[in-house]
Design a binder for this molecule. Structure first.
Ligand code: FAD
Ligand code: NAP
Length: 507
């Protein structure tokens, strides 16, 4: 093709690309029966199939009629933390899966599960095959540390954290939610008291799962091994420990209310922790004020007759412990197992959200056989070629454009850090999709030259012996899980190993 013809077709692509006209011209039908677009469509690759991946794909597909999006996911199953993070007793939150499924079934979207980007295929290879790559993966590790100040982490790790009976919330949640890599955890729940470090929503999820009556849990999609272990659990008391005070808890009111109303439990708070809180109420912003009011009510108010009766009958207790930082996990006399935790007593410097916890000389030992650290997630990089800010644990970006990496974008927790609910992730993913489309429109992103997209990547994967799982393969897994669940009155019984998932996917 002559230069002028090329230029002309490029101009046509630019002007008509969003009308659907071009895509109709380019349409064909693939082996899988999906509409297959020709080499002239802009090809975007999304890494990770959690909310960020799906919302980015959804926005791109809706806003431009020519874009093709391929989603690569390391596991054979999609949906990220919606499947492996969201608590089993929160089924309504998982309804977003219906929207994600619509996106995945769209003729211009393909899902490739069982592809570990960074190992099976590099980000650089993806960049060569696609016009743009959007990083939406999150690979996490949880850390435990003594933190003196909110802004300065002094010292990482606490002695004794490798004792039996100490777990990260990431692993504990992964265990009860069926994350294959966490199935070996089999936590020992034979103790009476559990201590959870951190007071965010994940901490409350874990506390609720530990204390929920088994009749509630058995109607959820919690895994069978977790259900069995929880049915036998001896845990009767859960303490949720925070380094700061009642006005700095990180959980939200809905989750706190669920704890307050949890059947067969009663709250156990330390009244002295609430000193001065009533006076400070009037100056708090509204959501924080309502949350603090509920905390105050739970801790200080003398309950009515019915509530008192309910509390008297309860066989399990839960409570917040404030102004405490872990300094050491204490071992039993044989030095094998956790027997307790030493907590430093803190004082607060400053006030409000930014108040800083400072260690005092004082410590307190709490007997417990289970310690679960739930002090936030941290992303880790999957590929050395990706710029990564290890201090903030994010990919450095401007509105989702990865800094100093043309054609590379990011969404979700990798973009913002590990905070925010699914709705927040949706908004930040839509923002990234908008940035990407702006770059297509302005010419910053070159979409005029054809890119092979999944064609090349599938060939590469085949050569490397990696067999991707398609979305219709996932739907087979889904239907097996749902069928297995029906037998026991659960929404699904999850498959727990990658091997079993692959076996079902390929039947
Ligand atoms: P993720 O959901 O983690 O998705 C990332 C995806 O990337 C995963 O599928 C992962 O397997 C994949 N991936 C990782 N590495 C690779 C790789 N190398 N190659 C390919 N793919 C890869 N929000 C709510 O609104 N309600 C709730 O009830 C709620 N509960 C939560 C419970 C827990 C325990 C946690 C941790 C979070 C919860 N959230 C909840 C927050 C919500 O889950 C997040 O906002 C959201 O999942 C972030 O989306 P994401 O796509 O950035 O990350
Ligand atoms: P989070 O909300 O950030 O809470 C982390 C907790 O750990 C805070 O109490 C924090 O205290 C504490 N912490 C952090 N570093 C610490 C340290 N070094 N030493 C001692 N304590 C420390 O994190 P998360 O609970 O993991 O939740 C992650 C995100 O997912 C949140 O946005 C959450 O809302 C969301 N989520 C939502 C739901 C839901 O909607 N139901 C459920 C689960 C998760 P400081 O405040 O002092 O830092």
């Amino acid at each position: 093709m002559s230069y002028h013809k090329l230029l002309f077709s490029e101009m046509k692509l630019r002007t008509l690309g969003r009308t659907g006209w071009i895509s109709r011209l380019c349409d064909g039908v693939s082996r899988r029966g999906k509409v297959c677009f020709s080499s002239c469509s802009p090809k975007v690759c999304v890494v990770g199939s959690g909310p960020a991946g799906f919302y980015t794909a959804q926005h791109l597909i809706k806003a431009r009629k020519d874009v093709e999006v391929d989603i690569y996911e390391q596991l054979p199953v999609p949906f990220g933390l919606v499947r492996f993070g969201v608590a089993p007793d929160h089924p309504e939150v998982k309804n977003v899966i219906n929207t994600f499924t619509q996106t995945a079934r769209h003729s211009r979207c393909s899902f490739y599960g069982n592809v570990n980007v960074g190992k099976d295929v590099s980000v650089e290879e993806l960049q060569q095959a696609y016009h743009a790559v959007v990083l939406c993966f999150s690979k996490f590790f949880l850390y435990m540390c003594v933190c003196v100040c909110v802004y300065v982490i002094r010292g990482m790790g606490v002695p004794g954290e490798d004792l039996a009976g100490v777990y990260s919330a990431k692993d504990f949640v992964g265990w009860y939610n069926g994350l294959p890599s966490c199935q070996e955890l089999s936590p020992d729940l034979s103790c009476e008291t559990a201590v959870i470090l951190g007071q965010g929503n994940v901490a409350l999820d874990v506390a609720r799962v530990l204390l929920s009556p088994i009749d509630i849990l058995k109607k959820t999609d919690i895994t069978h091994p977790a259900l069995e272990a929880l049915a036998e659990s001896q845990v009767r008391r859960v303490l949720i420990v925070g380094r700061r005070g009642p006005m700095q808890v990180a959980c939200t009111i809905k989750e706190l209310r669920e704890m307050v109303n949890l059947p067969d439990t009663r709250p156990e708070m330390v009244v002295a922790d609430f000193q001065g809180v009533i006076d400070a109420l009037k100056d708090l912003p509204r959501p924080r004020k309502r949350l603090t009011q509920l905390l105050l009510k739970t801790a200080l108010e003398i309950p009515g007759e019915m509530e008192q009766e309910r509390r008297n009958k309860a066989s399990r207790t839960w409570g917040f412990r404030f102004f405490r930082s872990p300094v050491k996990v204490l071992a039993d006399p044989d030095h094998n197992r956790t027997a307790g935790i030493r907590l430093a007593v803190n004082r607060l410097e400053g006030s409000g959200e930014g108040a800083c916890a400072m260690l005092t000389e004082e410590v307190e030992d709490v007997s417990c056989g289970l310690v679960i650290s739930s002090i936030g997630y941290r992303s880790v990089p999957i590929d050395p070629s990706i710029p990564f800010d290890s201090h903030k644990a994010i990919v450095p970006n401007t509105m989702g454009r990865v800094q100093q990496a043309a054609g590379l974008y990011c969404s979700g927790w990798l973009k913002t850090g590990p905070t925010g609910v699914i709705a927040t992730t949706m908004n930040n993913s839509f923002d990234t999709a908008r940035s990407l489309m702006e770059d297509m429109d302005s010419g910053v992103l070159h979409i005029s030259s054809a890119k092979p997209g999944s064609q090349t990547i599938r060939a590469l994967l085949e050569k490397r012996g990696v067999k991707p799982v398609t979305f219709s393969n996932w739907e087979k897994i889904d239907s097996v899980e749902v069928k297995r669940g029906e037998a026991t009155g659960k929404p699904r019984e999850k498959l727990l190993t990658v091997e079993e998932m692959l076996q079902v996917a390929r039947t």
